[in-house]
Design a protein around this ligand. Structure first.
Ligand code: PGA
Length: 253
């Protein structure tokens, strides 16, 4: 297995309460025991906002980092009832933030709004995990590259700090469905994302791209064959310490 830094990023979605700390603690203990892992990987758990600060305070000796799953598109403080800004998430202890997730897009988030969110998260020096991906219909209609390109070009621009943006390719039809793309399709899409960014934003470094969608301990070895991948965004399987640890163990087997 390659020595390149790999990301294992959990997305808890709308899951967890204070008792779920035991999951975090087990994962952290597991990672701390392995020198190879602390050297070769970044392990991040993107939590609901309610858990970031309590878990951040409780986890003393830690390798695991915390992230958020969304933020309001305006930063700082203001009269926006029910909203949480990137500044507030940063204060709570988030280091990473998922933006542009398809479950947020389904709630009406446009590329334009996502761009504003990305800018405010970057202003707070959060690392952005920017999600892109096509629906099944778009894939069948062969519009996948068109859609992904549009998501990238409308949500980013060349003035942004790309050192703090990690892409996550999440085909919507694979999220929570146990369906995964075939290796060639995945490889082609990842290189398309990388090329689109390099060409349009004159990026000096090749961007990091993760895969997300039904990643589990059984299919992870298949993804290990794709050297172009920089890691994984893991939803359902990150809500169990055993499943999450098995994914990492099987990846490095
Ligand atoms: P899943 O979710 O692993 O449950 O498919 C991935 C995601 O939504 O980020």
């Amino acid at each position: 297995m390659t020595n390149k830094l790999k990301y294992f990023i959990g997305n808890w979605k709308m899951f967890g309460d204070l008792a779920s700390y035991k999951i975090i603690n087990k994962i952290n203990q597991f990672v701390l025991k392995s020198k190879n892992l602390t050297r070769n990987s970044k392990i991040v758990m993107c939590l609901p906002n309610t858990l970031i600060l309590p878990f951040e305070k409780k986890l003393k000796s830690k390798y695991l980092l915390f992230g958020a799953q969304n933020c309001y598109h305006k930063d700082g403080f203001g009269s926006y009832t029910g909203s949480v800004s990137a500044k507030m998430l940063k204060n709570a202890g988030a280091k990473y933030i998922i933006l542009g997730h398809s479950e947020r897009r389904e709630e009406g988030e446009t590329n334009k709004i996502i761009k504003k969110k990305i800018i405010s998260a970057l202003n707070q020096k959060l690392i952005v995990i920017f999600c892109v991906g096509e629906t099944l219909k778009e894939k069948r209609d062969k519009k996948n590259f068109f859609v992904i390109k549009k998501q990238i070009l409308e949500s980013l621009d060349k003035k942004l700090n790309f050192n703090r943006i990690i892409f996550a390719y999440e085909p919507i039809w694979s999220i929570g469905t146990n369906k995964i793309p075939n290796i060639n399709y995945l490889k082609t899409t990842i290189s398309f994302i990388k090329k689109t960014c390099i060409k349009n934003f004159k990026m000096k470094k090749v961007p990091k791209v993760l895969y997300g969608g039904s990643v589990n301990s059984k299919n992870i070895s298949l993804f290990g064959l794709i050297t172009e991948l920089d890691g994984f965004l893991i939803g359902g399987s990150s809500q169990s310490s055993k499943k999450f640890i098995d994914i990492i163990n099987n990846y490095y087997k």
